[in-house]
Design a protein around this ligand. Structure first.
Ligand SMILES: [Zn+2]
Length: 212
């Protein structure tokens, strides 16, 4: 009898252990988009890496990615990382004003255009601290043509080896709701990043397939 009790207790403990292990990994695949805002109680520790701030937990992988790229003579450059609510709002407002004054758009047109690249406050992955915009010294612009540069190609080919995905792929605009951003990397962990890359899916599709 004692033997059976011991076996049952062991199984329960083991199950608890795996559940805890799994929930500890959940932060990596938190989905933020138009329908899934950053939770109000979202707390992170941001630290500075080069010229940007990111969630402390991704500093290690990001450093490794930069180091490896630069070793292969890809001059990777961090452009943007964590954004506070206030900064997100400021960037949206600045972009709307710029489109109106420089491109002659109406307020409505400027808002539609801005929404393609700058998420509404609370709906940007940059507020999570797990997203980072990476460009290169040779092409320091957040423009679609970055995808055709050596750095853009290198990130698309190797980002997953360090746990990063191109979060807004060209062929998933209708699912992500965001235009193609070959410079915007999101940390999801190596295992998930590899699966997303191998299957050619985006984070929304990965989460849909792995619903508990
Ligand atoms: Zn970005």
């Amino acid at each position: 009898m004692k033997k059976y009790i011991l076996i049952i207790v062991s199984i329960i403990l083991l199950a608890c252990f795996f559940l805890i292990l799994r929930s500890n990994e959940d932060w990596k695949t938190v989905l933020i988009n138009e329908n899934n805002p950053v939770p109000d109680n979202h707390k992170i520790k941001v630290v500075k890496l080069e010229n940007v701030e990111v969630d402390k937990r991704i500093v290690g992988p990001l450093k490794k990615l930069l180091k490896q790229g630069r070793k292969e003579n890809i001059k990777l450059k961090l452009d943007e990382g964590y954004r506070s609510k206030e900064l997100q709002q400021k960037q949206r407002e600045e972009n709307i004003s710029r489109l109106m004054s420089e491109e002659g758009m109406t307020a409505e047109q400027a808002l539609i255009e801005t929404n393609k690249y700058f998420a509404e406050v609370g709906k940007s992955e940059h507020q999570l601290g797990l997203a980072v915009d990476v460009v290169s010294e040779d092409f320091p612009y957040q423009e679609e043509a970055f995808a055709d540069t050596d750095a853009g190609k290198w990130l698309a080919d190797h980002g997953h080896e360090f746990g990063f995905i191109i979060r807004y792929p060209k062929d998933k605009v209708d699912i992500t709701g965001k235009e193609y951003e070959p410079w915007h990397l999101r940390y999801v962990g190596k295992k998930v990043a590899k699966e997303i890359k191998d299957r050619g899916i985006c984070l929304e599709e990965f989460i849909e397939c792995n619903k508990k």
